[in-house]
Write a protein of this length. Structure first.
Length: 564
């Protein structure tokens, strides 16, 4: 039951995914079917021409038959080419749209998603939709038209041949349906392994320095080899199912064509006097039926070959739908540049409630005055970081209102409000660029003041190339405290009125924590508004106020400390 529900969900997701190009796909698929329907006309021309040569009866001359066959073949080739071009354009549109949606969603959310899983989904997995659109969709259209047209023509010439085709044809879709269930499950497992192997690669790359220091290279390589062997086995299982289905299809098709050939041969020899409509089967009719029989099964062959393409597309659509469902509410605003929001930097929360998924939190009504320094304290999971994200407009509350600089914080004001903010995350992230670019992002400003304010000048002096030292995305070569001070310098360099800092002294030794706190104090003394989420009582004591976030599920409470 669960498998059936999952299958239906994936089917719906796949239809929604290709809906934007649905008209183009349907039109191209029917053009492909029309091209296939030209073959019975060609077969009729060939059969009449050869029968006239064999029996001496009147028929189309060789020149006329050849010209007719060539013209029909050219028309068929043109239609097939046009259908393939339309299908490729439709596939490109679907994949590009889905890829842009993934990138846009990642840019507008702040979830801690796996970069490897997202990259795998946006590239190699989405590309699996191309064979589904370019091969499965037209094959399905041909199966819905060509066999029925050929079956009607076969019954028109011989009810015996029509019965042979009628009996052997439906066996193929039945078997394909049975194989399709296994193929879809195998494809889903294989895609899951592709994503997990990408995740493992990114994890090992980020820990490359530690791996070398610990001399763990051989064990890491062995782990990769084991995972790669597992992926190889799952990939071969998908291919095994595909080859099995093709083999059985060819068996049924060969049996059907052989039965038609045996009947036509004995009927033309006069050994069988039944099967045609009142008269002996003519040579032209016999040749016509022999030429039609393989093409009766050809659309089914094409659909079988493309059946695993649908299984892969369903798995990709299901994964994409799951990723969209797991994506939290997007950040407020467009996420672009904007002029700073005018007004005094006063922050007010009234009746704000959020539900992060594990328990709802109702924050106290808080007003943070311009130039004030406030510490948010409470146990892990109480909602301190979420409150910072709410104030930064990186997420929206379930209920209540946040007012900043006299304006309601919403999509129309969030970008302008963030232009006044500095952000110091708990987990620093860096560009694969120089230290200077990681602080300035290529903008002009007083870099020296930012370095001094965050006590980063000593860090710069210790680096081999100073400000031109290249940092990796994980800040290779920097200690945790140095990385925190660089993010503080980055925030100060932007010249914000308000600085939001998430656990700025966590996991730091006393001396390093003091350097970070001194930089925060310097920002506060210059009149900046400072809001810090922390577990550090020493840091909290240096703030003017403390807001205690209660671990209770229903509410949080505020406590006012002494002025610093």
């Amino acid at each position: 039951m669960a498998r059936q529900a999952k299958s239906r969900t994936d089917e719906v997701s796949l239809k929604e995914l290709v809906a934007g190009a649905g008209t183009g796909i349907r039109r191209a698929s029917w053009v492909s079917a029309l091209a296939s329907l030209i073959w019975p006309l060609q077969a009729g021309v060939v059969a009449l021409a050869i029968a006239s040569l064999v029996t001496g009866e009147p028929g189309p001359g060789a020149l006329l038959a050849g010209a007719s066959f060539a013209l029909l073949g050219a028309a068929r080739a043109i239609l097939n080419h046009r259908a393939e071009a339309m299908l490729f354009d439709a596939a490109t549109h679907v994949v590009t749209t889905a890829r842009e949606d993934i990138v846009r969603r990642e840019m507008r959310t702040t979830r801690a998603a796996s970069a490897a899983a997202t990259a795998s989904l946006a590239t190699e997995k989405l590309d699996m939709l191309v064979p589904y659109i370019t091969r499965y969709a037209p094959a399905r259209a041909r199966v819905m038209t060509v066999p029925f047209a050929i079956l009607a023509l076969a019954f028109w010439q011989s009810w015996a041949v029509g019965l042979v085709l009628l009996v052997t044809g439906p066996l193929i879709p039945v078997f394909m349906a049975l194989v399709g269930i296994a193929a879809k499950d195998a494809s889903r497992r294989q895609l899951a392994d592709v994503g997990s192997l990408n995740d493992l690669l990114m994890e090992r790359l980020s820990a490359l320095v530690d791996i070398r220091l610990l001399d763990a290279g051989p064990s890491v390589i062995a782990g990769f080899a084991d995972r790669a062997d597992g992926l190889r086995a799952k990939t071969m299982n998908v291919l095994r199912i595909a080859f099995l289905s093709s083999t059985v299809l060819e068996l049924f098709a060969a049996i059907g064509v052989a039965m038609v050939a045996v009947y036509v041969g004995f009927a033309l020899l006069g050994a069988l006097g039944f099967g045609s409509w009142g008269t002996q089967l003519s040579p032209a009719a016999g040749l016509f039926l022999l030429l039609l029989a393989p093409d009766y099964y050809q659309p089914l062959r094409d659909l079988s070959a493309a059946w695993h393409d649908k299984a892969s597309a369903l798995a990709v659509a299901g994964e994409l739908a799951a990723a969209r469902a797991e994506t939290p509410a997007p950040l407020l605003g467009r996420g672009g540049d904007a002029a700073p929001l005018p007004g005094e930097a006063v922050i007010t929360l009234k009746g704000v409630t959020v539900d992060p998924g594990n328990h709802p939190i109702r924050y106290p009504d808080i007003t943070i005055r311009s130039g004030e320094s406030v510490a948010l304290m409470g146990p892990s999971g109480a909602g301190k970081t979420t409150l910072l994200r709410l104030i930064a407009g990186l997420c929206s509350p379930e209920a209540g209102e946040i007012t900043v600089a006299g304006h309601r914080l919403d999509d129309t004001t969030a970008d302008a409000w963030r232009a006044r903010l500095g952000w110091m995350p708990q987990a620093p992230h860096f560009l694969n660029a120089s230290l200077a670019r990681n602080i300035t992002f290529g903008q002009d400003g007083d870099l020296e003041r930012a370095l001094r304010s965050a006590a980063v000048d000593t860090v710069v002096d210790a680096l081999p190339a100073g400000l031109q030292t290249r940092l990796g995305e994980t800040g290779g070569g920097l200690s945790g405290g140095e990385a925190r001070r660089i993010t503080l310098a980055r925030a100060i360099f932007a010249g914000p009125d308000i600085l939001l800092a998430d656990e700025p002294t966590a996991d730091l030794d006393a001396a390093t924590a003091e350097a970070v706190m001194a930089g925060l104090d310097a920002f506060s003394r210059r009149g900046g508004t400072l809001l810090i989420a922390t577990h550090d009582p020493v840091l909290a004591a240096r703030m003017q106020r403390t807001v205690e976030i209660s671990p209770a599920r229903q509410a949080a409470r505020a406590m006012i400390g002494s002025d610093a």
